[in-house]
Design a protein around this ligand. Structure first.
Ligand code: N01
Length: 534
């Protein structure tokens, strides 16, 4: 690498919720900041995932920044769970309101970062070959941003259009009059299938594994409801901060087995009516106790059977291979009802596996399905993919890819031993995807801002995680996960969806509230577990 042309206190990579707030906050503390974003605008996940039906599964009034009272009072969310266009508009509004655009370069993909031991700076290289340097490198590249494209035989021979949900075109895709195939029934598939079905002539859904989906129960936010939320925002945010998943709701503070059958039925029905991710919060032990989980599974199975009617079709849609909540639960609008439409066919790949694509269609072991368009809702190289997509080299010429060969190792999900002044947001080992991502972003960025200020006040140059503290943290994260049902699913939390990826449970399951307390405690004890150089 050549000498840098540009130098900054902090480089932030990524302009999603975490990166955007990092630029705003660190700049407000008086550090010079340069943001880089591969997309042409802010948004991160919400910039790329423009597929039909994309919307958040945490209520928008909570899935939004709390750092500015003016911001939360002025923005008018129109739905309980906002769709992608509205979330993107919100993020653009934030970037404009806080004058963040001037600090971020767009269409600028960071491809390399090398720590220069002598200068104690990160040398950062873009895809264009442009370079800059920074004392601190903050990777806000997102836990779900590297798409996973399946290797289906004959893909190159297919003459129709191919769309990836997480790389959806900016211009409208019109499926009118078309025969469409969707591969994948995770959250992206489950959200897009009902919307595509309404537009196209014929939809074929290729399902390898049935997933649990709870109706989101989305609705428009009335003026009255929004005013009430805004009037109580401080309390709402306080409750969210003290919560395991960073939302303000509290339900029954006991386990499924501690109540009788009637109460259980009432609780599950209430949770179903509240919708989406609220379901796993209905009791405290749904993802901890196998017997409790079975009650929840039975309830959802009964609901699916009641909606579908046809026993054979219902059976194919029943998730049976993993406990409820051990894979990310999906939140849908009319997902199961969509299979009652005449123009929708479910293909169960467990019975008739996919063989190949051919010029005009897709083939299973029994049938050829002629199609015009193929939609891949096949997921991501989650939690580590976006960090490893950057070629990161530490001071001893070691690469992050080699350091993590056996699986990711971090301290607090924020720092990596051997890589001074490198900070990950929503990294493996932090609550990340198991909590409200906006709340986790604010917590981590605030904490990081305090650390950078601490360094400045004490005339320190570098902060680096101690290997022992990191080992203990990794052990703690694994220990916590081992007491949950998360280990019983082949999920992307464990890297199970990527062939050859080390099977390590990556997120911290202790909850955002516990994580926040721990991080604050570490800061209060002079950043226990970090070493500093002056
Ligand atoms: O990806 P996924 P996603 N042949 O990995 C199938 C967040 N998110 O993009 O389970 C056939 O969950 C795969 O099958 P299987 C949310 O955290 C949130 O849907 O591996 N099928 C699976 O069905 C979510 O969890 C929202 O057997 C293949 C699907 O593709 C995360 O993003 C909306 C295949 C992938 O499901 C990821 O969700 C969207 C193959 N070769 C996303 N390869 C909100 O609601 C893969 N599959 C906020």
């Amino acid at each position: 690498m050549q000498d840098s042309a540009d130098s900054h206190d902090v480089v932030v990579v990524g302009a999603g919720f975490a990166g955007l707030y990092a630029v705003q906050h660190v700049r407000s503390l008086g550090f010079s900041v340069q943001g880089f974003e591969a997309g042409s605008d802010v948004g991160g996940t919400w910039y790329w995932n423009r597929y039909p039906g994309a919307r958040c599964d945490v209520e928008s009034v909570d899935y939004s920044y709390s750092f500015s009272e003016e911001l939360q009072q002025e923005f008018e969310w129109t739905e309980r769970f906002a769709g992608q266009p509205e979330i993107l508009r919100y993020m653009q509004h934030v970037a404009t309101r806080f004058d963040l655009y001037r600090s971020i370069q767009f269409d600028a993909r960071v491809v390399k970062a090398r720590y220069d031991e002598q200068g104690r700076r990160w040398q950062v290289e873009l895809e264009s070959g442009a370079m800059c340097s920074a004392r601190f490198l903050v990777l806000a590249t997102g836990p779900l941003s590297v798409p996973l494209v399946p290797e289906v035989a004959g893909m190159s021979t297919f003459e129709g259009s191919v769309y990836q949900t997480s790389q959806w075109p900016k211009t409208e895709v019109d499926f009118t009059g078309q025969r469409v195939a969707v591969i994948g029934t995770g959250s992206s598939g489950i959200q897009s299938i009902p919307v595509i079905a309404e537009q196209c002539d014929q939809l074929y859904v290729f399902q390898r594994t049935a997933n649990f989906s709870i109706p989101a129960q989305n609705s428009a936010l009335t003026r009255e409801a929004l005013d009430q939320i805004k009037a109580n925002y401080p309390e709402r945010r306080r409750l969210a901060r003290e919560d395991r998943i960073g939302t303000p709701y509290r339900y029954r503070p006991y386990g499924v087995m501690e109540v009788d059958e009637q109460e259980r039925a009432r609780a599950f029905e209430e949770a179903w009516q509240r919708g989406g991710t609220h379901f796993t919060k209905s009791f405290t032990d749904i993802v901890r106790n196998e017997d409790s989980n079975k009650y929840a599974v039975d309830f959802v199975h009964r609901k699916i059977k009641a909606i579908i009617g046809d026993p054979e079709l219902a059976d194919a849609l029943l998730p049976k291979d993993h406990p409820l909540g051990s894979k990310r639960i999906c939140a849908d609008t009319n997902y199961y009802q969509t299979y009652l439409r005449d123009n929708v066919t479910l293909i169960d790949l467990q019975r008739t596996p996919l063989v190949q694509l051919y010029d005009t269609g897709i083939r299973t072991t029994t049938t050829d399905y002629p199609i015009d368009s193929l939609v891949l809702a096949t997921g991501f190289d989650a939690l580590t993919g976006s960090f490893l997509a950057i070629n990161i080299t530490g001071p001893r010429h070691q690469t992050l890819r080699d350091t993590w060969r056996g699986g990711p190792r971090t301290y607090l999900g924020l720092a990596v031993a051997g890589y001074p002044n490198l900070f990950l947001l929503s990294g493996p080992g932090s609550p990340s995807v198991l909590a409200n991502m906006v709340a986790t972003a604010e917590q981590q960025v605030d904490w990081l801002g305090n650390l950078l200020t601490h360094l400045r006040q004490h005339h320190l140059t570098t902060a680096e995680a101690d290997p022992t503290a990191q080992d203990q943290w990794v052990e703690h994260v694994n220990e916590l996960a081992s007491h949950t049902l998360f280990m019983k699913a082949d999920s992307w939390y464990l890297g199970a969806n990527v062939p050859g990826k080390p099977r390590v449970f990556m997120p911290y399951v202790g909850g955002l509230h516990a994580y926040r307390t721990l991080c604050d405690d570490i800061a209060a004890s002079d950043y226990r577990g970090f070493s500093f150089t002056g």
